[in-house]
Design a protein around this ligand. Structure first.
Ligand code: HEC
Length: 117
């Protein structure tokens, strides 16, 4: 290999290593703080609740998830909703350990935002 080829290979290897370590970092709980609430919602919640909160997804329909625009959710207190988020309810798992209270409060605010759309 000439030196240009060597440098190119080195650059590719470095980029690959960096990409892998970044993606490992981004999926650890500690890195959640760096993720925006919207992207967190889209990666953890949207499968069931849908990107727009209407639960118009295959999984949402299967589990009969209601829309965040429903009266039930609008009437639900934040305390009650936080309990669902922390401890889980029915087919939804609790996220206290994996996401943490602080981030869940932000996620709830995001759900309320979707609810008003
Ligand atoms: C596996 C599907 C699934 C995933 C993933 C999921 N949920 Fe749910 N969620 C549900 C179901 C089902 C309910 C209704 C539970 C019940 O009342 O029995 C629910 C209820 C809720 C509620 C209470 C409002 C209501 O209408 O009952 C909130 C708020 C909520 N989810 C937010 C979230 C957030 C935020 C995430 C991501 C961190 C998330 N959910 C992930 C299925 C899911």
């Amino acid at each position: 290999m000439n030196s240009f080829a060597k440098r190119t290979v080195a650059a590719i290897v470095a980029t690959t290593v960096l990409t892998f370590s970044l993606s490992a970092l981004m999926s650890s709980p500690a890195a959640l703080a760096f993720q925006s609430v919207k992207s967190l919602y889209q990666s953890k919640c949207a499968v069931c609740h849908g990107n727009d909160g209407a639960a118009n997804t295959a999984k949402g329909k299967e589990l009969k998830v209601r829309s965040f625009r429903s009266e039930e959710f609008k009437k639900m207190t934040d305390a009650k909703a936080m309990e669902v988020l922390m401890k889980g309810k029915g087919k939804m798992e609790g996220y206290e350990k994996t996401i943490g209270k602080e981030k869940l409060e932000q996620l709830l605010a995001y759900c309320r935002e979707l609810s008003n759309k």
